[in-house]
Ligand binder design. Sequence first.
Ligand SMILES: NC(=O)c1ccc[n+]([C@@H]2O[C@H](COP(=O)([O-])OP(=O)(O)OC[C@H]3O[C@@H](n4cnc5c(N)ncnc54)[C@H](OP(=O)(O)O)[C@@H]3O)[C@@H](O)[C@H]2O)c1
Length: 357
Amino acid sequence: MRFFSLILIGLGSVHQAFAQLLLDKRDVLARRYDLAFRVVGAADSRGAVVQDDGLDLAALLAHKAAGQSVTTFPGGNPLPDARTLAQTAAYDLLLEASPVNLTDGEPALSCVRAALRRGKAAVLANKAPLALDFTGLHALAEAHGAGLAFSATVCGGLPVINVGRRDLVAADIHRVEGIFNSTSNYILTRMAAGESYEEALAEAQRRGLAETDPSLDVDGWDTANKLVIIANAILGLSIRLENVRVRGIRGVTKAQIDRARTEGQMVRLIATAEKSESGWRLDVRPQSVPMNSFLGGVDLWEMGVVFHTDIFEDIYLKIDERGPMATAAAMLRDAVHLGCVPTFWQDLREVASNASF
Ligand SMILES: NC(=O)c1ccc[n+]([C@@H]2O[C@H](COP(=O)([O-])OP(=O)(O)OC[C@H]3O[C@@H](n4cnc5c(N)ncnc54)[C@H](OP(=O)(O)O)[C@@H]3O)[C@@H](O)[C@H]2O)c1
């Protein structure tokens, strides 16, 4: 059996679901993959806790459910913050699921950098570190021989990154388009069914679909972050957030949606990366698409992507993801891949860096 020590940065919806998965899937992980994961540290907004022989996950979940901070978890040693945990604890793998911060990426960016500099692997659900410094983080990972995986950052459980990096071998991808944000898709679908923008947003928040800051969803930045990650990780581009033209759904009116419907169309927030003779165009904007098309049929909280390629023709992927479990499962998938095949992602990085699309 191979044992891996983990630390969790953030202990909200995603990492609580992840901790529950570790409890529920302990036997499966041991039997199928010969792996045992032990959580030795966790951080939330008030500080961090470390316990070298492993935190009692069921008790930690109950502690958080009671509204407590990890810093008061009985038996653990409190630390001032997530960065200190990432810099000082003894662990193999850091998992990052703190809120998106597009201003400076903190505290996630410092935590991931600290892990990679120490040769520890990192698994991300938080898109901000990659949207702000994709190249720098990959250079650090390479310099220190550390694994870096982030399949949860693009459409949660949908394996967009893995299919794009691993499965489209030798393909020329000339267009990627998709619906990557379930909150805005939910709002647009409900508006098409007669609700106002405000009613639909309130319902998305009540269902826990919206990001902590809903402007990331409705103004298109969450979608743009995912497009940046796809462009860098799959298309071999060196793109930052400022290279993407972004328009969200705030300006979409009920009249526009109704007009589209009378023409057999749905308004969707669509991210596109398209190659032309003059280079790649990347944008995020509301567009009308036929109701009976693939993207027109991506409803409510669903997300979807289309890869337009030469040799694989067109590949369509879609997920119906209603809570944080599928994202937590994607983080587990990355952790297992890193644990089973430590050089897997390094090999993929080499493939990507040699690619010429
Ligand atoms: N929810 C999803 O389905 C989903 C899907 C894909 C990706 N993601 C990404 O995953 C990340 C987490 O999402 P979530 O839904 O779990 O968010 P969440 O429920 O709001 O949880 C955020 C967690 O981060 C903690 N936190 C806040 N500031 C911190 C700081 N300075 N240092 C350390 N921890 C801090 C919070 O602490 P407290 O517990 O003290 O509040 C909380 O535990 C986000 O980046 C999100 O974009 C989420």
